[in-house]
Ligand binder design. Structure first.
Ligand SMILES: NC(=O)c1ccc[n+]([C@@H]2O[C@H](COP(=O)([O-])OP(=O)(O)OC[C@H]3O[C@@H](n4cnc5c(N)ncnc54)[C@H](OP(=O)(O)O)[C@@H]3O)[C@@H](O)[C@H]2O)c1
Length: 329
């Protein structure tokens, strides 16, 4: 059974491995509804309590699916979702919108779609340059006072935005990309989080499946698979990066573990304030991921991984140029 971790000093307690639901809406290949729901239920049986979605996954299929899966089963679930985009005709425009009236609207609509008693953790999905962070934090603080939201989170925010938000409403967690393949948070962001007592929720902890060694080559992936547009996982970068991550496969073979388990165990060993949210559509992969909590890495093994995979090791940017513009460091 999984142990519990507190996200920073927020008081929010979640299973040491969470579950990212985005892939249940076809982002990395088509997903079957019955299999998705069975996987969500299996996650609860295995002791996963922390589930991650967003208004724009689907939109709004992901929240609706979770609502169907957890109807009458919300006891013990810590539900996180996100606001912060302009959605038009059921599509995410990719334009930030964190105006107070929009945040309040997303809270009400997400609560209705999910059908949960409250949103336990409400993240701003990306910083909105048009809306002062104080206004965003103040709006979420009001939703907390109203009992609609439990805690406030940010995603891909930099130190200055984190500090401005935290001064108005304590931030429970930052959700940003962090893995053996993407260590850009270590220089400035993780020290800021630790100073302020904010937890870290690494997204794409398996490098979008790449670190498991089982992700399809982009040219073999389904047409709707987002990884076909990930610069880091396409063209020459795929083979170069596969060679760079060989150390994960070697250590996994030595320890009788799966490569993805080594990637998740590395995150578990990076600090008690870190809770990753690997995503999968499949029960077998979920069971493997949860099994990572049983893997112990020695200081020598941690060093071996980190020496072979230092910050900046991956070839190619992790996002397209338009998406990178919305990320703060
Ligand atoms: N805040 C943000 O901007 C942001 C951005 C991206 C993601 N997220 C959140 O973070 C969560 C996780 O990130 P992610 O889904 O991008 O990437 P990820 O968890 O690193 O990888 C997911 C991919 O890995 C595969 N996979 C998972 N476990 C596996 C295993 N044991 N063996 C083989 N393949 C495995 C999945 O395929 P199968 O389904 O076939 O197992 C899927 O294609 C998302 O679901 C979402 O909730 C947030």
């Amino acid at each position: 059974m999984l142990k519990t971790r507190e996200l920073g000093r927020s008081g929010l307690k979640v299973s040491e491995i969470g579950y990212g639901c985005m892939g249940l809406s076809g982002v990395y290949g088509s997903a079957d509804e019955a299999e998705s729901i069975a996987t969500l239920h299996r996650a609860r049986e295995l002791g996963v309590t922390f589930f991650d979605t967003a208004e724009v996954y689907g939109p709004f299929h992901n929240e609706e699916l979770i609502g169907r899966a957890f109807k009458g089963r919300w006891d013990g679930v810590v539900m996180a979702t996100k606001f912060g985009w302009k959605v038009e005709n059921g599509r995410n425009t990719g334009v930030p919108n964190s105006r107070p009236e929009r945040i309040r609207q997303v809270a009400d609509e997400s609560l209705r779609r999910l059908g949960c008693p409250r949103i336990d953790l409400f993240y701003q999905h990306r910083v909105d340059p048009q809306v002062p962070m104080e206004d965003v934090a103040g709006t979420v603080a009001d939703l907390i006072k109203a009992g609609k939201v439990g805690a406030f989170g940010l995603s891909e925010a930099g130190p200055a935005s984190i500090r401005r938000a935290h001064a108005v409403q304590p931030v429970a967690a930052l959700q940003s990309e962090y893995s053996l393949f993407e260590r850009g948070l270590e220089e400035a962001i993780i020290p800021t989080l630790r100073e302020l007592g904010i937890g870290l929720v690494p997204f794409s902890p398996l490098g979008r499946g790449f670190l498991t060694g089982k992700a399809p080559r982009p040219e073999e992936a389904e047409a709707g698979d987002n990884r076909r547009r990930q610069p880091r996982l396409t063209g020459d970068n795929y083979d170069v990066n596969l060679a760079k991550t060989r150390v994960i496969h070697e250590l996994a073979a030595e320890k009788g573990a799966a490569p993805g388990q080594i990637a998740l165990a590395w995150l578990l060993h990076k600090g008690p304030d870190i809770v990753s949210i690997p995503g999968t559509r499949r029960i077998a992969n979920l069971e493997e991921n949860v099994g990572a909590a049983q893997i112990s890495l020695s200081p020598d093994e941690m060093r071996r991984l980190e020496t072979a995979l230092p910050p900046g090791v991956a070839q190619g940017p992790r996002y397209t140029p338009e998406m990178l513009k919305l990320v703060e460091r």
